[in-house]
Design a binder for this molecule. Structure first.
Ligand SMILES: NC(=O)c1ccc[n+]([C@@H]2O[C@H](COP(=O)([O-])OP(=O)(O)OC[C@H]3O[C@@H](n4cnc5c(N)ncnc54)[C@H](O)[C@@H]3O)[C@@H](O)[C@H]2O)c1
Ligand SMILES: [Zn+2]
Ligand SMILES: [Zn+2]
Length: 377
């Protein structure tokens, strides 16, 4: 089959690899119809969190079931399904509690497994014609009869919408809250949408890319341009000087100043300043345990200088980690089906698998208008 594989920093290509197949009786095999490029894939692409060369990338997968193992009873050939980026077993202590991002069975190295991602169990990704889905009955979310018509919306269920939602859960967003989101990439835009769906009174989003700020504005989110460094003051002005009740971090450790210099502690410390006393901060942007290529000595060891004193004095709280996609994807699917949300408003490009390497180049450069790319193998 054809697959998009990682060769080395900023070098991906579409090549012939062995067909994915049913390996265990609990597996489901799907033909991929939509597979998105994610900001997390850019950490791989840039060689900052590299995959083993030759491995297939891709954890945001949607497709049609073409074969099921003997022990699969719910999912049938022909079903259209969304596949959470996390792989869960369904029976470990964490999966039983809905914490499928931290499954204890699928990755011998640490809690949590995923497709096409370093240190997540060695599973091949879905930017390919076929994908093997372990524990298929547990991991496949069946899509309704409008699966094809609304494919771009449903394609947001594999990762970014549940992840944005998770950011608002970690920050404990309540109806009537003011919410500030740092990062206007796909995850930040989905966090802003999630805050609105939850009934937030006011949602603000900080970035410096005009196309991304415009997408935020399109759904009634207040865009905060941080190009001149006044973003914290702008947020305080919008909130009677108090700061937002909740904040979401959707950038990660490769946060940079508007000139492009990486400052790994920038967004977290800006959030401490932007969120009011006793407010909550949800961190879904990735912070890795080490980054040998990191801009400073601390970050090379996975550490940052955090404003703990102000965080403590303000009595704030913080939640972090991979999104537990399965905890949210069923209800978010129903919102799409019933026409209550259209997360695909951020999708800018539909490309073939062959065009994938070019898509990586543009998305990585944050080229104007490249906000979210879906590949159709
Ligand atoms: N926790 C999870 O389960 C999970 C899942 C998916 C993605 N992620 C992570 O979420 C993060 C965002 O993903 P994405 O796809 O939206 O990525 P992206 O790279 O497209 O978007 C990041 C955005 O942040 C902006 N930015 C950079 N520095 C900033 C700063 N100092 N202040 C404000 N904005 C700044 C950039 O201009 C960009 O628009 C990544 O770290 C990704 O790995 C986490
Ligand atoms: Zn993703
Ligand atoms: Zn598990």
């Amino acid at each position: 089959m054809r697959a998009l594989v990682y060769n080395g920093p900023r070098d991906v290509s579409v090549t012939e690899v062995p067909d994915a197949k049913v390996e265990r009786p609990t597996d489901v095999l799907i033909k991929i119809t939509a597979t998105n490029i994610c900001g997390s894939d850019l950490h791989i692409y840039e060689g900052r969190n590299p995959l083993d060369p030759g491995m297939t990338i891709g954890h945001e997968n949607t497709g049609e079931v073409i074969e099921v193992g003997d022990a699969v009873i719910k999912i049938k050939v022909g079903d259209r399904v969304s596949i959470p980026f996390n792989i869960g077993c369904g029976f470990c202590r964490n999966c039983e509690r809905g914490l499928t991002g931290f499954c204890l069975s699928v990755n011998p190295e640490m809690p949590g497994g995923a497709y096409g991602y370093p240190d997540m169990g060695g599973y091949q990704g879905g930017q390919a014609e076929l994908l093997r889905v372990p524990f298929g009955d547990f991991n496949c979310l069946k899509l309704p009869e409008d699966a094809v018509d609304k494919e771009a919306d449903y394609a947001m269920l594999a990762d970014i919408w549940p992840t944005g939602w998770h950011g608002t859960e970690l920050a404990r967003v309540q109806p009537g809250d003011s919410v500030v989101v740092y990062g206007g990439g796909p995850v930040g835009l989905m966090a802003a949408l999630s805050a609105q769906v939850k009934g937030a009174d006011q949602v603000m989003l900080v970035d410096r890319q005009p196309d991304r700020l415009k997408l935020a504005e399109q759904i009634g989110v207040t865009p905060i341009d941080d190009s001149d460094g006044t973003h914290v003051d702008q947020i305080l002005e919008h909130t009677r000087g108090e700061g937002a009740a909740r904040g979401v971090e959707a950038v990660g450790w490769q946060a940079h100043d508007p000139q492009g210099h990486e400052v790994p502690n920038q967004t977290l410390n800006d959030l401490v300043k932007s969120v009011r006393a006793t407010g909550g901060i949800g961190v879904v942007g990735v912070f890795p345990p080490e980054d040998p290529e990191g801009p400073d000595k601390l970050m090379q060891e996975g550490k940052i200088a955090f404003d703990m004193g102000e965080f403590f004095t303000k009595g704030q709280f913080m939640g972090t980690g991979q999104a537990n996609v399965k905890s949210y994807n069923r209800e978010l699917r129903d919102l799409i089906h019933d026409g209550k949300a259209n997360p695909a408003w951020i999708v800018s490009h539909h490309l073939s698998l062959e065009e994938g390497p070019d898509g990586y180049k543009h998305f990585d450069a944050r080229d104007d208008g490249w906000t979210k790319v879906i590949l159709h193998p």
